[in-house]
Design a protein around this ligand. Structure first.
Ligand SMILES: C[S@@+](CC[C@H](N)C(=O)[O-])C[C@H]1O[C@@H](n2cnc3c(N)ncnc32)[C@H](O)[C@@H]1O
Length: 490
């Protein structure tokens, strides 16, 4: 099968994210995102190549051989032979998905298994099902630090979506998976998109033995379960609880070059006996990496079990009640009170790990603005800065307020002083904090010209306070503002 030929046909038909969205129109597009194909089928009855491809793949409808030949000139036979399409009489259907995917300035196509569950069907998927691009995939893609690197690893590549992104800023991309079908699809995705990716089969870091990377990304099979019964490769690691995440977090550092990043999506359990923060931070002891762990969401055990039983297409099936009770009983035995979902970003020290690692573990269920990767890179630079300056150097340093920080004041109409001052970031983590007059004045004066000590002395004069008191009392506040990204080294 000629993948460059297929690419040309897809491009010629305008089978891109924008092309399909425009063709369907918003209501049909939204219906499809709810797994409903009715409106989409009504919008694609004309037989043009774009309509045919949209029916074939996103809508999983049967098309006539005539239309298929027109949309995919000279390719239908080889796509059938390769198991991508199926021909029966003069009808053609898809056997695997070829779906448009895009970054702002780039159109791609991703090969995966067909999306299950269209129009209310509840077919359980096979254990080696290869998932297409999900909202989890795109959140990891937007979290990943996109700076030019040498070697990058996509661990658990599935349909190969992370590898595509890595190919844009990495000299070499290695993609691994335990699922042979996933590796075949990742290879097809890469070839279709003309991206160099080396695929290797094996579990976790086994396929890369002692190799080191500048960037490791993984959207791993992190579902927390007893790991018994029928397992789905795309979500079940075969390890009980959150063991797969612990192993990844603990093994990643030895595969990172100095300055290298590892970024993961993860679940971790909340145990009644130990705060989740201590548990996750415990995995990082001795890692030689700075770490930023953000918990975005927590589900209670019942919510969690329901979510993943539905995902497996089991809701409404005869096995549902039994699976539900088994899973919930296991959570009870393990004293699991909830399951957290979030992100882990590790960065190996530039200097080979001479200073103590900085580990930040936080709960942040609030709205954020993706892509977040510049914020992650900024966090690391700020950690380096904060760890490298003592108090005297901090007073002598020049800081700037981040350009998206806004000040909000609340008070009675006409009042001289506000009752409340809030500093709020408009982008990234969108943090907000209530501050006092000194802190607001300090942040406002940080334009990179004056040193921190000079700003504090000027504020002391202005507010009729002791200069020594402000220098002594506000250095911790300055460090906090730097840690949270309100202030940055000039
Ligand atoms: C949630 S999917 C992620 C796919 C893709 N990287 C993405 O971001 O959408 C997890 C992938 O990990 C693979 N996987 C499962 N167990 C694994 C293991 N022990 N080692 C490596 N990969 C594994 C699965 O086959 C699946 O392709």
């Amino acid at each position: 099968m000629s993948l460059p030929g297929l690419r040309e046909a897809l491009r010629a038909a305008g089978y891109t994210v924008d092309g399909v969205t425009d063709l369907l129109g918003q209501p049909a597009h939204r219906a499809l995102s709810r797994n409903e194909t009715g409106p989409g089928l009504r919008a694609t009855g004309g037989g043009s190549p774009l309509e045919t491809l949209t029916r074939l793949w996103p809508l999983q409808a049967t098309v006539s051989e005539d239309h298929a030949q027109r949309a995919l000139p000279g390719l239908v036979g080889s796509l059938c032979a390769a198991g991508v399409l199926d021909r029966s009489g003069d009808q053609v259907t898809a056997r695997v998905d070829v779906r448009p995917y895009a970054e702002e300035d780039r159109d791609w196509w991703v090969v995966s298994d067909l999306a299950p569950g269209l129009d209310g069907t509840h077919e359980p998927v096979s254990p080696d099902h290869v998932l297409g691009v999900s909202s989890a995939s795109t959140s990891l893609a937007q979290l990943t630090v996109r700076e030019p690197v040498g070697r990058a690893l996509d661990l658990g590549t599935g349909c190969g979506v992370q590898a595509l992104h890595l190919g844009r800023h990495s000299a070499q991309v290695v993609a691994t998976d335990v699922n042979r079908r996933a590796l075949r699809m990742a290879e097809m995705t890469a070839a279709l998109d003309d991206v160099d990716v080396e695929v290797r089969r094996g579990s976790l870091f086994e396929p890369v033995a002692e190799e080191k990377f500048d960037l490791v990304v993984s959207n791993p099979p992190f579902v927390v379960s007893p790991a018994t019964g029928r397992l789905l490769a795309y979500r079940d690691s075969g390890l009980p609880g959150d063991e797969v995440v612990r192993r990844l977090v603990q093994r990643a550092p030895r595969h990172l070059r100095a300055g290298g990043w590892c970024q993961l999506l993860a679940n971790w359990v909340h145990l009644s006996a130990q705060p989740w923060q201590d548990r996750v931070a415990g995995w990082l002891v001795g890692s030689g990496c700075d770490a930023w762990v953000v918990q975005r969401e927590v589900l209670d055990p019942a919510e969690y079990v329901e979510l993943w039983l539905r995902d497996a297409g089991l809701h409404g099936s005869p096995r549902y009640a039994d699976r539900y009770h088994t899973w919930l009983s296991w959570f009870e035995e393990q004293q699991v009170s909830g399951v957290g979902f979030g992100w882990v970003s590790l960065r190996r020290h530039q200097d080979g790990g001479h200073r103590d690692p900085v580990v930040r573990v936080e709960d942040w269920p609030y709205e954020i603005e993706q892509p977040l990767w510049a914020e992650v890179a900024g966090w690391s630079r700020r950690v380096d800065f904060d760890s490298s300056v003592g108090n005297t150097e901090l007073l002598a340093s020049r800081l700037v307020v981040r350009s998206d920080v806004r000040q909000e004041t609340v008070g009675a109409p006409g009042a001289e002083d506000p009752e409340l001052i809030v500093l709020r970031q408009s982008h990234g983590m969108r943090r907000a904090r209530e501050v006092d007059t000194v802190t607001a004045g300090l942040v406002g004066a940080c334009d990179g010209d004056l040193r921190v000590g000079q700003v504090l002395d000027a504020l002391a004069r202005l507010l009729d306070r002791e200069a020594g008191e402000l220098r002594g009392g506000y250095l911790a506040v300055v460090r906090d503002l730097v840690a949270d990204g309100f202030l940055e080294p000039a």
